[in-house]
Design a protein around this ligand. Structure first.
Ligand code: PEP
Length: 248
């Protein structure tokens, strides 16, 4: 059975004191959960968050990483520098693709670098509003999954379906749409040589305690990648509870 995962992506939010307060509040509320809970803070708080979560069973993730081993890459953080500070790394988030120019090839290199270093990539894929309206969701998601796994050997991996139009918009996908895309993700994983039933597939995009139960009730959705609601300890803990209740 795939272990359900609820991962919180704090993005570029929280000052030091806020990060400390938030992670401790989440730890108090969610540490006993029977599922995998992952906190992805800004890189500057990775050490603080991983120390705060020591002994809790909760995990830490980075929001991105650069694939080169070391060198003159001002502002970047190498995968190798994250080892020991986190277990997961988000790769291919639509904000990285859209705002920072992460191409299919760059996403693939980041994914392989994470796997080679023993970190688990959380591969984010999803169509934008225009592609959605044009009925191109399947084509886009298949291409993103296939391209990201070029050169990847079998290894621990998490996939997240995050329709770009749903991220931060307050307009989540329907659980049925997300379930359909999750089956496409699994098929694309299989085409890329992965054992699709062993890869957790998450949904992300305007998840709230009011809509999450519908997603985790779907047979191919194993949890969530949460943006805005992960910045509120009570809301995030409620999502963890909902995923736990759906699974056990
Ligand atoms: C995200 O950016 O990964 C995300 C899902 O954001 P939100 O939950 O705020 O829509």
């Amino acid at each position: 059975m795939r272990r359900p995962i609820v991962a919180g992506n704090w993005k570029m939010n929280t000052l030091r004191g806020e990060a400390e307060e938030l992670v401790l509040a989440i730890r108090d509320l969610a540490a006993a959960a029977p599922i995998e809970v992952v906190i992805c803070p800004p890189n500057v708080w990775l050490d603080l968050v991983s120390r705060s979560l020591e002994g809790s069973g909760m995990k830490v993730g980075a929001q991105d990483a650069y694939w080169k081993e070391q060198g003159a890459f001002t502002g970047e953080v190498a995968v190798s520098q994250l080892v020991g500070m986190c277990e997961y790394v988000i790769v291919g988030h639509s904000e990285r693709r859209r705002l920072f120019g992460d191409t299919h090839e760059i996403v693939a290199r980041k994914l392989v670098a994470c796997m080679d270093a023993g970190l688990i990539p959380i591969l984010a894929v999803g169509e934008d509003a225009g592609e959605h309206a044009a009925g191109r969701t399947e084509e886009v998601v298949r291409r993103q999954v296939g391209a990201a796994l070029v050169g990847a050997a079998q290894g621990p991996l998490v996939a997240a379906y995050e329709p770009v139009w749903a991220i931060g918009s307050g307009e989540a996908a329907s659980p049925e749409h997300a379930q359909w895309v999750a089956t496409i993700v699994r098929d694309a994983l299989e085409n890329a040589g992965f054992e699709p039933q062993s890869v957790p597939v998450l949904y992300g995009g305007s998840v709230t305690p009011g809509n999450f139960a519908g997603f985790v009730a779907q047979p191919d959705i194993d949890g969530g990648l949460i943006g805005g609601a992960s910045l509120d300890a009570q809301q995030f803990a409620t999502l963890v509870e909902q995923a736990s209740a759906a699974a056990y």
